[in-house]
Design a protein around this ligand. Structure first.
Ligand code: HEC
Length: 145
């Protein structure tokens, strides 16, 4: 009985591997489109945001194993769609302004995604680091009259 269950679980997991979410191959990165920010801010973006918000994802092994990969890959797909730091300069001013506001807000609330942080110790940001990202984003927001 136990053996049969194990075989079934294993079989189903194997079948699931046939279903994968495609994320586009990393596009060629145009250095002119990459966001310009002070060095220490860039360093934090690279360690804490680039996996989902750039064209260069460091895919973990479980990013290829269904069903975990569905979650991982949909985060990457969605993340890039919302904000890709490496295609930043292709955005118009309105979109940039929205994103500066989004960064200022999400950096103290929801980004990086908590589940990601559970698996990526190196991506954790201290309160002071979050504050410096927030200040940088804030300084780029133009006052609306
Ligand atoms: C594990 C993947 C992942 C990581 C890492 C990550 N994000 Fe995101 N991000 C997403 C996804 C997915 C979305 C799409 C919206 C959502 O699901 O909340 C998003 C949306 C956003 C948005 C747009 C939402 C809004 O309210 O404007 C901003 C801004 C953002 N992320 C900033 C960041 C910053 C800054 C970092 C690094 C400090 C970061 N993210 C790290 C996955 C990620």
């Amino acid at each position: 009985m136990f053996k049969t269950i194990i075989m079934w679980v294993f079989g189903v997991l194997l079948l699931l591997q046939a279903i994968q979410i495609d994320i586009p191959e990393p596009e060629v990165i145009d250095p002119k489109e990459v966001i310009q920010a002070p060095e220490e801010i860039m360093a934090m973006f690279k360690t804490s945001c680039y996996d989902c918000h750039s064209s260069e994802t460091n895919m973990p092994w479980y990013g290829n194993v269904a069903p975990i990969s569905w979650e991982v890959r949909s985060h990457i797909k969605q993340g890039r769609k919302w904000l890709n730091f490496q295609t930043w300069e292709s955005y118009d001013e309105e979109k940039k302004q929205k994103l500066y506001k989004g960064i200022a807000k999400s950096i103290s609330l929801s980004m990086p995604i908590p589940m990601y942080l559970n698996l990526h110790e190196e991506a954790k940001l201290t309160r002071a680091q979050r504050e410096s990202i927030r200040k940088w984003a804030q300084s780029n927001i133009k006052e609306e009259n």
